[in-house]
Design a protein around this ligand. Structure first.
Ligand SMILES: [Zn+2]
Length: 187
């Protein structure tokens, strides 16, 4: 059986159609800080054409822990799994390793996918893939800053760099430091 481990050690995972998931992010259920794969401990497995995740997330900001169980399809749509996390976790850890999965020796570091943010009310609920503009407005820490991103079909424009990862309601934090917000500003 596979051990539980930080999910970033399982990434990236590659679907048969060539799509890849390089990062998971999910807002803390308590304080809304964006947690990343390294903050989630458990398993992320490729099961046929889905990625299944059963993990426990630990928020470094407020120390809250909560379960994360979901399935991501090859279009990067995220669905919650209703099974108890511990059962789902055991099931996933017992599956044989498939092609496309990475061994424990390989590591990840970046990109973004996923979910419902209590801190970002105008954004769609449910896990979402973040699409990035090809066009960049600059670089930060040697990485390009996409001019805009699309989260669940909503286009958000680059607003600023936030090295402290602080965002306001309705904003989206990309890569832990880039802040995006809707162009329209409802008063
Ligand atoms: Zn928190």
């Amino acid at each position: 059986m596979l051990p539980n481990r930080p999910l970033n050690e399982s990434l990236p995972l590659k679907f048969a159609n060539g799509e890849q998931v390089r990062q998971f992010s999910k807002p803390c259920v308590s304080c809304g800080s964006m947690l990343h794969a390294r903050n989630m401990h458990g398993v992320a497995r490729l099961v046929e054409d889905h990625i299944a995740i059963a993990a426990k997330a630990h928020c470094p900001q407020c120390r809250t822990s909560f379960g994360v169980t979901c399935v991501i399809d090859c279009n990067k749509q995220v669905r919650r799994v209703i099974l108890p996390r511990l059962l789902f976790n055991l099931y996933l850890r017992n599956l044989p390793v498939q092609d496309g999965e990475r061994g424990p020796e390989q590591r990840l570091d970046e990109a973004a996918i996923t979910p419902a943010s209590p801190a970002a009310a105008p954004l769609p609920a449910g896990g979402e893939l973040v699409a990035r503009a090809e066009e960049n407005v600059g670089r930060y820490q040697d990485r390009p800053i996409p001019a805009w991103i699309e989260v669940g079909g909503a286009r958000l424009a680059f607003d600023r760099v936030a090295p402290d990862a602080r965002i306001e309601r309705g904003e989206y934090l990309l890569d832990g430091c880039l802040v995006y917000r809707s162009d329209s500003h409802p008063a």
